[in-house]
Ligand binder design. Structure first.
Ligand code: SF4
Length: 351
């Protein structure tokens, strides 16, 4: 991978939200580390799948990338330019290259606006993006491009099905001719039968327009279908990343293993080892994350390891002390582009 291939890069990106108590003085009592030192890169014409449970920080990361939230720390580079170094006008022009497709096509479209108004909305902000043929022609072409009837331009969102509404959301995102789409759970609100159609549309658009996607999802099976590379997040941090084949075929983090084992398969006996790894409990609060490895309170592997009598988890099960005391860094696995943040990644891959 050369630098020229990378269209979007984040380095050590963090977003902490202060938590305050008190009516008058509002004393800060802590902070929620929604995103905590994330580094990622997205390559031209490729899809990076970002997966993790609800509360892992995926959506906050997307908000940082489109400028809805300001980072506490770290840098965002779009096509090699550091967004924080730019003036307002340059930043807006650069951010035009990043558009978002939202999760819920029912709530992300204004019910009082016609489809034509919704799709053409961005032209009011980015007047220079209106093509020579004019706004109305551009809107009709966009509807056609995403598989909708251009003659329905004056209809309202409630007159469309869920899948068609998501196509409207995609047309809206494409209006200003971005090079990068941030797709935040774009199919999770849709029926399974419709999900495939929307994914196919996104793949077609990527091939035709050379788009790059950051595809956020909690469903690993959806990500596997579309992603070239995968990053797995847990409590605001990336715990594993790499090419999709590496992460899916040789997962190095016990969390990734557990997420993968929960993906429904037609015949569970055809899984690698025929078992599902059940993660106990909910993801801990980012206001008070567990010390050491954030995952140690739920890790299925730690109690199985030699030396696991060194320390105890809150549930009383013995685990290696290092899991409770040292935060594991992302380290290369068999392939140098595949990384996992687990002190015992080799054991996770074997079991
Ligand atoms: Fe589990 Fe320890 Fe690895 Fe964390 S470092 S994932 S607790 S084995």
């Amino acid at each position: 991978m050369t630098d020229a291939d990378v269209v979007l890069e984040v380095r050590d990106l963090a977003k902490y939200y202060p938590v305050r108590r008190g009516i008058v003085l509002k004393r800060q009592i802590g902070e929620v580390k929604a995103v905590d030192g994330v580094s990622l890169s997205l390559r031209k014409g490729k899809t990076l799948g970002l997966v993790g449970e609800s509360g892992s920080g995926k959506s906050t990361l997307a908000k940082l990338l489109v400028g809805v939230e300001k980072p506490t720390r770290g840098q965002i580079f779009v096509e090699g330019r550091d967004v924080s170094d730019l003036g307002r006008a340059d930043r807006r022009a650069l951010r035009r290259n990043i558009q978002m497709v939202f999760q819920d096509p029912y709530t992300s479209l204004n019910p009082r606006m016609s489809v034509g108004e919704i799709v053409g909305e961005s032209f009011a902000i980015h007047a220079d993006a209106v093509p020579a043929g004019g706004k109305d022609k551009a809107v009709r072409e966009l509807l056609d491009r995403v598989g909708l009837n251009p003659d329905h331009v004056n209809r309202y969102p409630h007159q469309f099905s869920g899948g068609q509404r998501q196509r409207i959301g995609i047309a809206r995102a494409l209006a200003v001719r971005p090079r990068i789409l941030l797709c935040d759970e774009p199919v999770s609100a849709l029926d399974v039968s419709i999900q495939g159609q929307v994914i196919n549309l996104l793949e077609e658009l990527q091939d035709d327009l050379g788009l790059s996607y950051l595809f956020i999802a909690h469903d690993l099976s959806v990500v596997r279908h579309i992603a070239d590379e995968v990053a797995v997040m847990y409590l605001g941090r990336v715990v594993e990343n790499g090419a999709d084949t590496e992460v899916y075929d040789r997962p190095g983090h016990p969390y990734t293993r557990a997420l993968m084992s929960a993906v429904p398969v037609p015949d569970p006996t055809l899984r690698d080892d025929g078992r599902e790894i059940v993660l106990e409990g909910d993801i801990p609060s980012p206001l008070d994350p567990p010390p050491g490895c954030h995952f140690h309170t739920r890790c299925w592997l730690a109690p199985l390891l030699e030396g696991s009598a060194d320390a105890e988890r809150p549930d009383g099960r013995p685990i290696p002390a290092v899991c409770r005391t040292d935060s594991p860094k992302l380290v290369p696995q068999e392939s140098p582009d595949h990384h996992a943040a687990c002190h015992f990644a080799a054991d996770a891959a074997r079991r």
